[in-house]
Design a protein around this ligand. Structure first.
Ligand code: ASP
Length: 439
């Protein structure tokens, strides 16, 4: 049995947290590859090291004095080293970083040092080999992650080492320059290492015991999710459920490796299992609810639209020409509605309206703003009758007006459009009908 264990920033924010991580890694000899994030916040008022690095580098790039800021970053690491009683120093690394900042090595390089330095400490603390992610994780010259080159080289490297630390979040471009993933990208590194080493489990350690059925800021103490499929998770993370980076699923998915989300502060909790497929039934028909505010709908009317070939294509062409991606597109006999992100659309709305008039010649176009989309996701919905009925009666009882309904053909999700102001009420009503009522 082999496992990759990835630890998030809050799990590595201080020496105390590092000790918990050390205990977790040592308690299971299968935990052979460790992927650390940079130190996160020690409390709610603290600043993540990644953000400190971005801030410090912005000064360097503007030609301003950044020495105080760099010193504060070094102190964060020194505090960890001292707290762990390690016999090491990062003086040399900080000298190099200082020189590279002065040479304006780029903000990706700057941010990546958070994980790089934490990886050095972690390797020393655990007695594991340190592998610089820049040597094994690659992007192409357009800055797009190169999965096959990475997989070949990383697999080869890992086959020669029994236990190693690979820092998260970054890799390198063909010219050797450091490039990072988007924020939260250490989750992706963990998944890449899992795929390359063909491990049995990818454990992703964070500060919560897995995924919850709904956002705890909206629903009071929501139930947890024991098992979720990759596809369900994708739907939920796209709609805002944020525990794992949404791109972290792809590499492990290629090898069918399950991900186990675990809590560093409560390691005995079983957490959430993310799997390809399962015969385990979700506890409550639905697996989860997530949503986002800030959408607009563009409602297009044209008599006999349904019999006009090419109408939809012409409308979508206008969105494409304006570089706007659409979220949903429910349609009727004489109507078609396009849901778009309000912030992406706002500046271009009049161009889109005139473009549609010119190309598709509709009778009228009406725009509605300040809408929210809610995804009710669950593999159990396929085999259960009446799910949609229950959702809509719950919403009616909560006095929420439903503006749009869209059921994916996989029957894995139902998307509901409501006004922004009804968003929280709607989520609570759906949660109550499926979860509270079932407990
Ligand atoms: N440290 C990076 C961030 O704050 C990457 C990560 O933690 O996954 O986004």
């Amino acid at each position: 049995m082999k496992k990759v264990v990835k630890f998030g920033g809050s799990s590595l924010a201080s020496a105390g947290q590092f000790k918990k991580v050390g205990d977790i890694v040592r308690s299971d000899s299968a935990r052979v590859y460790v992927v650390p994030s940079a130190p996160g916040k020690r409390d709610s008022k603290d600043t993540k090291v990644t953000d400190m690095l971005y801030g410090c580098y912005a000064l360097a790039e503007a030609g301003k004095d950044y020495s105080k800021e760099l010193k504060a970053i070094k102190e964060r690491y020194n505090e960890i080293i001292t707290g762990l009683k390690l016999n090491m120093t990062l003086d040399e690394e900080f000298e190099i970083i200082d020189k590279n900042f002065a040479k304006k090595a780029g903000s990706d390089y700057a941010a990546s040092r958070g994980e790089f330095l934490n990886g050095k400490i972690m390797a020393e603390y655990l007695g594991y080999e340190f592998i610089d992610a820049a040597d094994v994780i690659f992007f192409d010259k357009e800055g797009v992650f190169d999965p096959e080159k990475t997989n070949d080289i990383l697999r080869e490297k890992l086959s020669k080492t029994d236990r190693a630390v690979v820092p998260g979040f970054y890799g390198s471009l063909p010219d050797g320059k450091v490039k990072t993933f988007s924020r939260g990208g250490s989750d992706i590194t963990g998944s890449i290492v899992s795929r390359a080493a063909k491990v049995d489990v990818y454990e992703n350690w964070t500060d919560v015991s897995g995924f919850l059925v709904a956002d705890p800021r909206i629903v009071d103490k929501p139930a947890g999710i024991d098992t979720i499929t990759y596809r369900e998770l994708r739907e939920l993370s796209y709609m805002g459920a944020s525990v794992l980076h949404e791109d972290a699923i792809f590499p492990v998915r290629m090898e069918g490796i399950p991900i186990n989300i675990k809590n560093t502060n409560a390691p005995e909790d079983q957490g959430t299992w993310i799997v390809e497929s399962t015969c385990q039934k979700a506890k409550y028909t639905i697996t989860g609810i997530a949503g986002k505010k800030g959408f607009c709908s563009v409602n297009i009317d044209k008599a006999k639209m349904n019999s006009e070939i090419g109408f939809g294509r012409k409308v979508l062409q206008v969105f494409e020409d304006n570089g706007i991606s659409f979220e949903h597109m429910p349609s009727g006999i004489d109507t078609m509605t396009i849901f778009v992100h309000q912030d992406e659309f706002m500046d271009k709305e009049q161009r889109v309206v005139s473009g549609i008039h010119r190309l598709a010649k509709p009778d009228s176009i009406d725009i509605e703003a300040d809408l929210a989309l809610i995804a009710v996701v669950g593999r159990g919905m396929k085999s259960t009758r009446g799910t949609a009925g229950r959702i809509f009666s719950a919403l009616a009882h909560a006095d929420v007006n439903v503006k749009m309904i869209d059921q994916g053909s996989s029957e894995l999700n139902i998307i509901i459009g409501v006004s922004n102001e009804d968003f929280e009420t709607a989520i609570r009503a759906i949660y109550d009908i499926f979860v509270t009522a079932a407990i």
